[in-house]
Design a protein around this ligand. Structure first.
Ligand code: G6P
Ligand code: MG
Length: 215
């Protein structure tokens, strides 16, 4: 079936920022004295900042070590480091095929939404120069419930007046794919098949996405 709306996750789908999230979390784990692997990091993809911290502390078996106020300051420490990384982003950090896909969808008249858990999303879109492609931007500042809750996708579709089943969601996270499927959107995984068992279909990169099949 043909779809009329594309909803993109940001980190790890359009822009190569997942590695900076990982580096910033890893620095925090190192400072707290435990190791944090790339495999552990899969669980953080798509997950909000505070929920990510909870998972990180669980990995380090430090869940009970901090008060809420201390946790907020740990999350801030991670974010400050992350913002240092992303303030230097430019279009070279766009992931393979993302710019071409946005251009093709735009030319076809497909509605384009952002559905990202990140509170830094707008800065990233600006720095890599793709803000203008989006008909609606839903980010971590706009939602009250984090993925796997589908709010980050339904808000965008609702604002664009598109039925959910006409939406295709591009995601690199398990939580995001679950969110899309929960409301009947087509859940396309971007990444490795073994990391994304919930996806309806997985593509290694956006470059290999067959636009004409879905739009
Ligand atoms: C994205 C990333 C997550 C990140 C979340 C919040 O979904 O995949 O790794 O934790 O956004 O990002 P923020 O920039 O608000 O800390
Ligand atoms: Mg992502």
């Amino acid at each position: 079936m043909k779809h009329t709306c594309a909803i993109f996750d940001l980190d790890g789908v359009l822009v190569d920022t997942a590695k900076y999230h990982y580096l910033a979390w890893k620095e925090l784990a190192d400072r707290l004295g435990f190791s944090f692997t790339l495999q552990d990091n899969e669980r953080l993809k798509g997950v909000s900042r505070m929920a990510s911290l909870d998972i990180l502390l669980e990995v380090g078996q430090m869940t009970e070590h901090f008060t809420q106020a201390e946790k907020e300051s740990l999350a801030e420490e991670k974010n400050n480091r992350y913002v240092e990384f992303i303030s230097k982003l430019d279009e070279s950090e766009l992931l393979e095929g993302s710019l071409a896909l946005l251009e093709t969808l735009k030319a076809k008249g497909v509605k384009i939404a952002l559905g990202s858990a990140s509170k830094n999303a707008k800065m990233i879109l600006e720095n890599v120069g793709i803000t203008a492609f989006f008909d609606v931007i839903v980010d971590g500042n706009a939602v009250s419930k984090a993925k796997p809750d589908p709010e980050v996708f339904t808000l965008g579709a609702d604002q664009l007046n598109v039925p959910y089943e006409q939406c295709v969601v591009f995601e690199d996270s398990q939580a995001g794919l679950e969110a899309a499927k929960a409301v009947g959107m087509l859940a396309l995984g971007v990444g490795q098949e073994q990391d994304l068992p919930q996806a309806d279909v997985v593509f290694p990169t956006l470059k290999s996405f067959p636009v004409g099949v879905y739009f």
